[in-house]
Design a protein around this ligand. Structure first.
Ligand SMILES: NC(=O)c1ccc[n+]([C@@H]2O[C@H](COP(=O)([O-])OP(=O)(O)OC[C@H]3O[C@@H](n4cnc5c(N)ncnc54)[C@H](OP(=O)(O)O)[C@@H]3O)[C@@H](O)[C@H]2O)c1
Length: 231
């Protein structure tokens, strides 16, 4: 799968880029507002991947482009942006994203406006993913990857022990994003249904942040039980 991560120079985006790149099924592009910054991030990702003992990483490559070129190039485009800058970023990308699967992983943490990271702001559309879908009516928006933390993603020697909850209105697009999630070692992608379910998925992250703080944990995650043999 040809996957681009816009804002892929940040903690979460870089972690996802490295994890996707570890699976031969994926072709990964890091996007940035500045091409040079994307190139630096891809170089860093490649260096970190080259130190992984548990896997042969010789044939891995990660491309680097501006957000616009990355959006044009990929089939599946992940938005890994501070949520408060999502719409301003999408303004110039609307055409490039037409007909594509766009994955929203932004969490509307209140810390963006100086409040606690254990609180969220409510978007008028109900969730960030629904806000993105309303802004990009000609793209297929899928919500996912909110509940996996960058520290676990960047701990490349170990599998990630968590489920990735996915929601969207197009069943085929959800299936594609579940497949993408499943390319990460240890991750189990779960299609949770319609895009509006993202309202609850996005709100799980502040709970995980609270648990990280309370228990001084590196990165808490989530496992759904009772679905064994049904996915
Ligand atoms: N960090 C986590 O553990 C985690 C976990 C779950 C979900 N998330 C979600 O994932 C998203 C990304 O998280 P992050 O921690 O990687 O964020 P981040 O490091 O703060 O930002 C990601 C990238 O966004 C771009 N960016 C920054 N300011 C911008 C602006 N004004 N306009 C346009 N682009 C801008 C930057 O890329 P360029 O400068 O290269 O353009 C930056 O590297 C967030 O929405 C977060 O809620 C994060």
């Amino acid at each position: 799968m040809k996957v681009a991560i816009l804002g892929g120079t940040g903690d979460q985006g870089l972690g996802l880029a490295m994890r996707f790149a570890m699976n031969e099924a994926n072709e990964v592009i890091i996007g940035s507002r500045k091409e040079e910054k994307a190139i630096e991030a891809a170089k860093e990702a490649m260096e970190r991947l080259s130190t992984v003992q548990s896997k042969d990483t010789k044939n891995i490559s990660i491309n680097a482009m501006t957000n616009l070129d990355a959006a044009k190039e990929a089939d599946v485009v992940l938005l890994s942006l501070p949520f408060e800058y999502t719409i301003s970023t999408l303004k110039d990308l609307k055409d490039a994203l037409k007909g594509k699967i766009v994955v929203s992983l932004m969490v509307p943490l209140a810390s963006a406006f100086g409040d606690k990271p254990t609180r969220v702001i409510t978007c008028p559309q109900g969730s960030v993913a629904e806000m993105v879908q309303a802004y990009l009516p000609e793209s297929t928006v899928v919500s996912g990857f909110h509940n996996v933390c960058h520290k676990c993603l960047c701990d490349l020697e170990n599998p990630i022990n968590c489920d990735v909850l996915i929601a969207g209105d197009d069943k085929e697009a959800n299936k594609t994003v579940v497949e993408l999630a499943n390319t990460i070692n240890g991750v189990n992608g779960i299609d949770c249904g319609k895009l509006e379910i993202s309202r609850y998925i996005e709100q799980i992250t502040p709970l995980l942040v609270q648990l990280n703080i309370k228990y001084k944990a590196k990165g808490t995650g989530l496992r759904i039980t009772g679905l064994e043999g049904k996915l």
